[in-house]
Design a binder for this molecule. Structure first.
Ligand code: GDP
Ligand code: MG
Length: 440
């Protein structure tokens, strides 16, 4: 065991240095998670490249807890791409605030118009919905239904009032809002199943005619790998100030969020999470980051591992180390703690970057703890404190008392002395820590 302990402590002593292969293993896991979440390949490459660079850099080298630090970096980078802080709607200094919606057919624009109108009305605004989707026969009616549900008026084209011309309708809608003192105008527009030039031109013309304060690009979170081309096309064709991710209630793990945010550099402002008008929430980059990577699981594992160790006991050992009085009792306590951790191998196996530790534990033999326990418990308190007392006759007595051989006792004492020596060395450099588990 002592060789293995030595290895472990050596690893921990140089714990700052996550090896390149540790980092590569972790990065591979991240890459897989992102691809599973349907993040576009280019974005994944760029992202993992960045994480790798940071993980091999100084900040991890100096960290107490490299594996956790890498997780932290991944999380930070995700949150940063997703816009960092939550971004709020921007309102015009001189009302009405004009909000235009753009996106493919079926993305969820009309539904969002109703959600947004209801949400804003609840906050004391007086929104007007404008039906500028004249593409589909039923589109105006759909908005009217949604408007009625939200309790918000809808401006729809009437004969002689821009019928057939979505740009004119949008413009007339904004004028109507100004006249009737609506402080927000939400313009619903047409989409196509695929990106096409005519639709882009129309959306772009509506934008020019109404000069919106916000253009929200609505995108279906389930769109997967097409997110990038679609977002790019809308950015070039219309441009937008923010993104709304819809249908997040589905199976999508939100990879589209990362792709779109990364490729366009535009913030995601809202998430749409169902067909009902209340299924709508401000977008939180940190929550989405966790969702994408499923970090929740990893954090739970770290917590479990921490609980497996008796912190108070660990602190006592740490104090002993500091004063260089490491005894056989401490040695035993350490081993018993390791056993307490129970499924520690499994837990470590699931932590990125814990590969080295895992191998140490792979070779760890539970029976060795039992033997060590038996031998140490056959010693007197004085012997446990000072192994120099252990002459031949005492060793024989201990061997008999514990049902072991004198050789077993000798080996244990030797291992302990080596460990104690190492502990002193470690103590001068600080208390060793297994990633996420506190001092051992
Ligand atoms: P538009 O063509 O962009 O205006 O899309 P619609 O608002 O008409 O939505 C298309 C379909 O998606 C409708 O059946 C909506 O009920 C549904 N839908 C919209 N947003 C969501 C959402 O967040 N979750 C779910 N599950 N369905 C949604
Ligand atoms: Mg629509």
């Amino acid at each position: 065991l002592s060789d293995r302990l030595a290895e472990t402590f050596k690893n921990l002593r140089t714990k700052g240095k996550l090896s390149a292969s540790d980092v590569d293993g972790t990065v591979r896991e991240i890459r897989r998670a992102l691809l599973d979440a349907d993040v576009s390949l280019d974005v994944v490459k760029q992202f993992t490249g960045h994480v790798r660079e940071r993980a091999l850099g100084d900040e991890v080298n100096k960290a107490l807890n490299p594996a956790q630090q890498v997780v932290q970096i991944v999380n930070e980078e995700l949150v940063a791409i997703l816009g960092g802080q939550q971004r709020r709607l921007q309102f015009a200094k001189n009302p009405p605030t004009v909000i235009m919606l753009a996106g493919l057919q079926g993305a969820g624009k009309t539904t969002l118009a109703g959600k947004l109108a209801k949400h804003l009305a609840k906050e004391g605004h007086t929104p007007l919905l404008v039906a500028s989707d004249l593409q589909r026969p039923n589109a105006v009616n759909q908005l009217q239904v949604v408007g009625a549900q939200a309790g918000v008026p809808v401006f729809a084209p009437e004969p002689g009032n821009g019928v057939g011309d979505p740009v004119k309708v949008a413009k007339a809608g904004v004028e109507q809002a100004r006249r009737a003192q609506h402080d927000v105008v939400i313009i619903d527009t047409a989409g196509r199943l695929g990106v096409d030039a005519e639709m882009m031109k129309q959306a772009s013309n509506i934008r020019k005619a109404t000069n919106p304060d916000e253009v929200l690009f609505v995108i279906d979170a389930m769109i997967g790998q097409d997110a990038v081309t679609t977002a790019k096309a809308f950015q070039e064709g219309v441009d937008f100030t923010g993104v709304v991710l819809s249908k997040l209630d589905g199976d999508a793990r939100g990879g589209a969020a990362l792709s779109v945010a990364s490729v366009t550099g535009r913030p995601i402002i809202f998430a749409s999470t169902g067909e009902g008008l209340d299924d709508f929430e401000p977008f939180h980059p940190d929550r989405m980051a966790s969702r994408i990577l499923d970090l929740g699981d990893i954090l739970t594992l770290i917590e479990q591992a921490q609980q497996a160790f008796d912190e108070e006991e660990a602190l006592k050992v740490a104090e002993k180390l500091a004063t260089e009085q490491f005894t056989l009792d401490d040695f035993l306590a350490q081993m018993q703690q390791l056993r307490g951790a129970g499924s520690i191998k499994k837990m470590l196996g699931m932590l990125p970057g814990a590969g080295g530790m895992k191998q140490q534990l792979e070779n760890f033999d539970e029976r060795e703890i039992v033997r060590t326990e038996a031998i140490i418990q056959s010693m007197t308190p004085a012997e446990r404190k000072n192994t120099k007392l252990l002459n031949g006759s005492r060793r024989l007595r201990i061997a008999k008392g514990s049902g072991m051989t004198v050789t077993d006792v000798n080996q244990l004492v030797q291992r302990f002395e080596q460990a104690a020596k190492m502990m002193k060395t470690v103590a001068r450099g600080g208390v060793p820590q297994i990633p996420g588990m506190g001092p051992i």
